[in-house]
Design a protein around this ligand. Sequence first.
Ligand SMILES: [Zn+2]
Length: 222
Amino acid sequence: MFKRFFKPKEIELGGINFIIKYTVRKNMKRMLLRVEKKGEIKISLPRSLFLNANSFILEHQEWIIEQHTQLIEPFAEGSVFYFKAKKYLISHHRKPLFIKSSTVFLDPSRAKKQSNAFYTQKAKAYLPKRLEYFRQKMQVEFSELRFYSCKRKWGSCTSQKRITLNPYMMKLNDEMIDYILVHELAHLKHMSHSKDFYAYVQEFIPEYKRIQKEITTLSSIF
Ligand SMILES: [Zn+2]
């Protein structure tokens, strides 16, 4: 039977034992990799590409290991720390977080707190000015701006015209940040993600579709 080929398989990458779980999707054209759990690789693929799956995984082994380390130990020595889409390598010390050339020094015992504080501080210094720049261009008004970090959302806008921004968007690059800001401001005119909404967004961010895709790809990392 064909089915047996899709049983989970084991593979060793960089000294780590992974289980590969396959999901066959009819309408997919290419393969998609994900590392969501410790020691687990998920691959979605069309049936026709099944025989290519192993070489696809081997081609991406560096990326898989990086994702895995990021997942199980996000602040490990040598792990990647993103700020404005630039990669910094983590180095441990026992003092407050600081960045020097391409290294970020942080205290592993307080890493989560330190990085939260870092992104919040950067967000508060950068985002309000940028938001105001687009607000004037778009000629909209909001009632309040808040900062709130959450895993699932980069930003939100309520019907009371309150805008909430996720400080972690400071991990992204400038055009991605701009798109998120314009997206939330556009909700002041159109609450739902209608055609009119996206037409309005496009007036200010012509390449929003490409940028939106890039953000989605990165969101699985962050
Ligand atoms: Zn929206």
